[in-house]
Ligand binder design. Structure first.
Ligand code: ATP
Length: 359
């Protein structure tokens, strides 16, 4: 998957832009506040409906504008050349199209535009809440298991219903919703376990290519005791569940524990080491997606130089190049990009006060 043409208007300080990126590496450089991150943010918004900088999409909208409009021509390994359009109004209304036909959900757009983001907030994957890591696992499952989104929605519905029954203390309905909850919970857990089994060796390989000296272990906790069937756990916890009006155990409590020895990696590793580990997680996810779907991820790397020394910048860039994916990398200095890496296939863009120019 690569973006062949990108048109964006209404995003932060960016002047309406139109670029034809390279299918390989795209360097974007410019001074602080010129709009580099906003370009990546626009691509991420198209892909996920979310910004990686804010939970409030209105903040992404240019102060003077009433809509964000985007047009992408993409070259997809499965579908060939296609177009993606999006229109997001100030009030939140959104229209997404693929080849001119309206998409019914953001998940469909996410399917057609797989992106991985490595940015200065990337640490959150290690130090943030378990939700961050669950979403990470689920991205991997979602992009290879087409039924996963529906199964996940079913699970959320079962959980919500069971919690409602617990809150209302409707004991006569509890066995029915508990049975449904268990069934859907096990489906989610099996997908996650299977995914992580395939993911771990890929992650270890990629991490050793980035930095052999970092030794971290990934351990999956499924949200309830690994040796006890969920039915038994729920039975044992029923009384307490009724008191708190909430299901204490299940896939909504799953966690991907990332450790150095017995301690959380986020509390042991330096900032640079954490960035390396998170980069390895994201690159491994993209690489596995590529192997399993024969499609490629687009990498958005914001502020390459932050936290990484020259050696690690070089290793990261070489690795991205070896995946043969489309990459967008930003940096304040042109030199910080080109001193460590001169890829054979690349384009250079300069951004100044919201205007992007290809060099
Ligand atoms: N909603 C908005 N409307 C207009 N301008 C905005 C809006 N939100 C932020 N800005 C401005 O747009 C610019 C956004 O810049 P962006 O974060 O993309 O810069 P950058 O080149 O990545 O900078 P840095 O190198 O400091 O990370 C900033 O100058 C900011 O003040």
């Amino acid at each position: 998957m690569s973006i062949r043409q990108l048109k964006v208007s209404g995003v932060r300080n960016l002047q309406p832009l139109e670029i034809t990126p390279h299918a390989g590496v795209n360097f974007i450089y410019g001074d602080n506040g010129c709009g580099k991150t906003s370009i990546l943010e626009a691509i991420a918004l198209m892909a996920s409906g979310k910004s990686f900088r804010t939970t409030k999409i209105q903040h992404v909208l240019n102060h003077e504008a009433d809509r964000i409009e985007m047009f992408l021509e993409v070259d997809d390994e499965e579908r060939g050349v296609c177009t993606m359009d999006s229109l997001r109004l100030k009030n939140g209304d959104t229209l997404l199209k693929l080849n001119g036909s309206v998409l019914t959900s953001q998940a469909e757009a996410a399917h057609w535009l797989p992106v991985q983001i490595i940015d200065p907030n990337t640490f959150k994957l290690l130090s943030g809440s378990p939700e961050e890591r669950r979403q990470f696992i689920d991205w991997g499952v979602f992009h290879v298991e087409h039924k996963f989104m529906e199964q996940w929605k079913t699970f959320r519905k079962q959980l919500k219903q069971r919690n409602a029954v617990l809150k209302q203390k409707e004991l006569e309905w509890l066995p029915t919703w508990t049975a449904g909850f268990i069934e859907s919970a096990e489906v989610i857990d099996q997908h996650r376990q299977a995914y992580l089994k395939r993911f771990k060796p890929e992650f270890e390989k990629i991490l050793s290519q980035l930095d052999e000296s970092i030794d971290v272990q990934l351990a999956y906790y499924r949200g309830w005791d690994k040796d006890t069937p969920l039915v038994d756990v729920l039975e044992k916890q029923q009384e307490r569940d009724l008191v708190i009006g909430y299901t204490q155990s299940g896939p909504h409590r799953a966690e991907l524990r990332i450790k150095v020895g017995k301690l959380p990696a986020a509390e042991i590793l330096s900032r640079g080491q954490q960035k390396t580990v998170v980069s390895a997680l994201k690159i491994a996810q993209g690489a596995l997606f590529q192997q399993e779907s024969q499609r490629r991820t687009i990498y958005l790397v914001d502020d390459l130089a932050s936290e990484l020394d020259e050696k690690h910048r070089h290793a990261l860039c070489k690795l991205l190049e070896s995946l043969d994916c489309q990459v967008f990398i930003t940096s304040i200095d042109k030199e910080k990009l080109t001193d460590v890496w001169q890829p054979s296939a690349s384009k250079m863009f300069h951004v100044e006060q919201g205007v992007i120019v290809e060099e």
